[in-house]
Structure formats: structure tokens, C-alpha cells
Write a protein that binds this ligand. Structure first.
Ligand code: SAM
Ligand code: SF4
Length: 474
């Protein structure tokens, strides 16, 4: 999600006449996109901002974007006064205006060279819904009082847009991969799981119209993209905000419509929330061959008691019901999930229920995380009673179990033929790197060089816990 946000921000800036460069040294403006979903994200951001400090005298301008920007807000100006712009993702559509104000701001290197600067005050943001970002300019008091030229420090904030109904739509996305591209269909989240910072950083849930998604998907197909991934924190609570009477599309209908665009070979979507995951999504996968046979459905815990505490809005049985729909699909669907271990109050028996769920489902991959308390979330007030060493122990047990499950399930592919999208070449291993429709890494050798971005048949010859190895069929 953040990667795609960066692609949209870069594209928007390039359309405004900026040029992207590879290093901080070459840049005049450095925009740092941040994520605060887990761990000590804030500390990492401030450490990185400290690394930038040495560049302030060269007149470089710095902005912080994303979840940590939203979460820490104007505190960033206090701790890193060389930063001029702080904006959360809900304000990105205002970025061109904010950057114009930044451009017009006085050169900050002058401010930092001036002995007159001894106080830096934050300026309250006055951004209104959909309105222009605010600019705080403040003459340093002692400079003005001492008769020296006052130096203005500019602070631009985009922090007050979390209640917006608007999405960040841009026709200038700078996609980094020429074959596979993302399209955001829904922003924000209204689920408020008790451990999660997303609703506080990305704002309320808002969907793009299906028409605008389809226009973008068709443009991508015309440009030669063959794989599209529909994105959102919670794609299946997608609600088409506009459309002719009777013309609004459900998520499953939108998915099918993207899959039917000529030239599109694969369509993926992430992330699904079990509560909103309907059978119609499986029906769409059954009906439209271009929809990939992979669903990422984060469970978080196998214990209904923990799911309640996490405010996940479903129980173990309801989750397993959705798994049974997938297992009854016409094509075998690969299923992956996220789990959290060590949520406050998780007992050995709750944890054992997560382990038994892994056995029962037989996931194709599990992304497992140690619970970390996040600012503003309801669970931060719960006592984080599980010591880190115990979280680590549970994580290791879970990952080791999943490794055993995957080792067995990946072996089943040996001898079968899969279609791989060619992603590139690993010279050191003399192998091509590919990905199957069920989102498995399939590396392979080839007597004839395949084209990167093409789809080729590969016979699987051996397997590992996280990847398959094969030979190109010629
Ligand atoms: N919207 C998706 C959902 O409902 O599952 C997930 C979004 S979140 C960006 C990705 C994953 O991060 C979650 O599924 C969860 O496992 C993990 N996560 C989120 N907050 C966490 C926290 N405070 N501690 C540990 N893991 C967390
Ligand atoms: Fe976070 Fe829950 Fe929303 Fe996913 S559904 S983004 S875990 S609040």
C-alpha cells in the first residue's frame, strides 16, 4: 500500500515538473514516506530524520509523509526542525498545493545559519475538509526583537483530512514495474481492530467509483500491463459511491470487470477482511479465469476469545466457514493469512487454538507478527502482559509449525505444470524468477531465454518451504 502511495506521489510530483533522483545528495526536496503499523516505527523515523540533519545547510527541503507523519504530527517539527512539511496519506491529494507553498518558502539554510533563531513554534493547522493545506510562518522572536532581519520558518501540514470522503486519485502514477501495477480501490478503514493504528492514520473508509477504477485499469492494459492488483486495507468492504441507477458494482463485480478487460492476464486483490468476505468473491474467481487463485485472508488468531478482544467482528467458526467456501471452489485456491502472537491476555490455550487452525486450514503462507502496542489504539490501555521472550517463543513455534505444513504442501506441486510470470533473472543462481497465479515463487532454468513479463509454462521439479523450482517447457 505504501509502495503504491509512493508511486502516486512521485507521479504527481513529476507531472508538476519535479525530477526523481536516486540519492538524498542529489535531491533538493526529500519526501520520506513512513509506516507505523508495528514495532518502534516512530523511533526509526526520527533516527532517519537525524541522518538528514546534516543536509539542512545545503538548502534541501524535507517532508515526512504517511502514517508516522499523521501519528506524530507537529511533534516532528519540534524534534526535527529541518522538516518543513508533514502530511498524512488522507491529504495527499493536496500535495501539489502544499509543495507550491514549500517552493515559495524562504530558503531554510538561511534560517539555520542565523543566530537569531532560538525559538521555533508550531503553527496550528487550519486545513479544512478538502481545503488547502495550512502554512505556518513565524518570525523568530529574538531575531525580530533584536532588530535583525526576521527569518521565517515554514511549516506545512496536511493532517486534518482523515474525515474526508475523497480518495487520492491521480492520472500520473509512476509505476515501477512495467508489467504489474497496483490500483487503490478503497482508502482508510472503519473496522477499528483494537490493536491497529490504520484507522487513526489513514482515516475513514472511502471507495473510488468503479468507473474510475475501470478507466485506470483499461489505461494500464493499453500501456501493456498484464497484471493488476486491487488494493485497500479492506477491499471487500468496497462500496461503489456513484454510478447509474442499478449500475453500482459490488467488490466481486468490480473484480470480475477488471478481469475481463482485454489484455489483462492476472488480477489480484489485497487485503480481505473475513467479516466482509462474501461467497460472491469465490463465484467471481470460479467464473473469470484471469482472477488469480489466491486469497489473503488475515485471521490474526484461532481463538474466538482473542478475536473478540481484538474486535475483529468474526469468530473462529465464521472464519473457517469462509475457508470452506474457498476449498469448495472449482480451482484450488491458495490461502494465506496474517497472525498476531502475544496479544494481551493470550493464554497458552488461545495460542494452541491458533496452532490448530494452521493445521485445519493448511495455509500456503503465514505472516506472523509479535503484538506491539500502537499509539491511540484501544489495546494500548490493556496491560501488555506477555513478555517479549514469550512472544518470541510463540512466534518461533508458530513459524516452525507453518514451515512443516508448507514443506509438505509445496511438495505436492512436484511434477505438475504451472504458469509462471517471468519476473527477472538471478545470475548468481543461473535461474529465472517467476510467480504463479497462486502467488508462489517459481524459479526455473530455461534452455531458451524467456522475456521478462511474459507468461511461460514450467514443470516443477523440486520444492522448498517457501518456493518451487522447475524447468521451462519449450
Ligand atoms: N487490513 C488488514 C486486515 O484486516 O487484516 C491488515 C492490515 S495491517 C497493515 C497488516 C497486518 O499487520 C495485520 O493483518 C496484522 O497481522 C499486523 N498488525 C497490525 N497491527 C499490529 C500490531 N499492533 N502488532 C502486531 N501486528 C500488527
Ligand atoms: Fe487495521 Fe483491522 Fe482495519 Fe485491517 S481491518 S486495517 S487490521 S483496523
Amino acid at each position: 500500500m505504501n509502495v503504491h502511495d509512493s508511486e502516486k506521489v512521485v507521479g504527481t510530483l513529476v507531472s508538476e515538473g519535479y525530477r526523481q533522483v536516486e540519492t538524498v545528495e542529489e535531491a533538493d526536496l526529500v519526501l520520506y514516506n513512513t509506516c507505523s503499523i508495528r514495532d518502534k516505527a516512530e523511533q526509526k523515523v526520527f533516527n532517519r530524520l537525524n541522518d538528514y540533519k546534516k543536509y539542512q545547510k545545503q538548502g534541501k527541503k524535507f517532508g515526512v509523509l504517511g502514517c508516522v507523519a499523521q501519528q506524530e504530527g507537529e511533534k516532528i517539527f519540534e524534534r526535527a526542525p529541518w522538516v518543513s512539511l508533514v502530511a498524512g496519506s488522507a491529504s495527499y491529494r493536496n500535495l501539489p498545493g502544499m509543495l507550491k507553498q514549500l517552493e515559495e518558502a524562504p530558503d531554510r539554510s538561511a534560517a539555520f545559519e542565523s543566530p537569531a533563531i532560538d525559538s521555533i513554534e508550531s503553527h496550528p493547522s487550519n486545513t479544512t475538509k478538502g481545503g488547502a493545506p495550512s502554512v505556518g510562518t513565524k518570525a523568530a522572536k529574538s531575531g525580530a526583537a533584536s532588530g535583525k532581519n526576521p527569518v521565517s520558518l515554514v511549516r506545512i501540514t496536511g493532517l486534518d483530512d482523515r474525515e474526508t470522503d475523497e480518495c487520492f486519485e491521480t492520472e500520473f502514477t509512476a509505476r515501477t514495474n512495467p508489467h504489474r501495477g497496483y490500483i487503490t480501490i478503497i482508502e482508510g478503514c472503519d473496522k477499528f481492530c483494537s490493536y491497529c493504528v490504520v484507522p487513526y492514520t489513514r482515516g475513514k473508509e472511502r471507495s473510488r467509483t468503479s468507473d474510475s477504477v475501470l478507466v485506470e485499469a483499461r489505461q494500464m492494459a493499453d500501456l501493456g500491463y498484464t497484471e493488476i492488483q486491487l488494493l485497500g486495507q479492506n477491499v471487500n468492504s468496497y462500496k461503489d459511491p456513484a454510478g447509474k441507477p442499478g449500475g453500482k458494482k459490488s467488490f466481486a463485480e468490480l473484480l470480475a470487470a477488471v478481469g475481463e478487460i482485454p489484455g489483462i492476464h492476472r488480477v489480484r486483490f489485497t487485503t480481505s477482511h473475513p467479516r466482509d468476505f462474501g461467497r460472491d468473491i469465490i463465484d467471481a474467481i470460479d467464473a473469470v479465469p484471469t482472477l488469480c487463485d489466491h486469497v489473503h485472508l488475515p485471521v490474526q488468531s484461532g481463538s474466538t476469545r482473542m478475536l473478540d478482544a481484538m474486535q475483529r467482528l468474526y469468530n473462529r467458526e465464521q472464519y473457517l466457514e469462509r475457508i470452506s467456501w474457498m476449498k469448495a471452489a472449482k480451482r484450488p485456491i491458495s490461502i494465506t493469512t496474517d497472525t498476531i502472537v502475544g496479544f494481551p491476555g493470550e493464554t497458552e490455550s488461545d495460542f494452541a487454538e491458533t496452532l490448530s487452525l494452521l493445521d485445519e486450514v493448511g495455509f500456503d503462507a503465514v505472516f506472523a507478527f509479535k503484538y506491539s502496542p500502537r499509539p491511540n489504539t484501544p489495546s494500548i490501555s490493556l496491560e501488555d502482559a506477555i513478555p517479549d521472550a514469550e512472544k518470541v517463543r510463540r512466534l518461533e513455534i508458530l513459524m516452525s509449525k507453518q514451515r512443516t505444513i508448507q514443506t509438505l504442501s509445496y511438495k505436492r506441486y512436484i511434477g505438475t505444470q504451472c504458469e509462471a510470470m517471468v519476473e527477472g533473472r538471478n545470475e548468481a543462481r543461473a535461474q529465472w524468477m517467476g510467480r504463479t497465479s497462486h502467488n508462489k515463487t517459481l524459479n526455473f532454468t530455461a534452455s531458451v531465454d524467456p522475456k521478462v513479463g511474459s507468461y511461460v509454462p514450467v514443470i516443477v521439479t523440486s520444492s522448498f518451504p517457501n518456493s518451487l523450482l522447475g524447468e521451462l517447457v519449450v
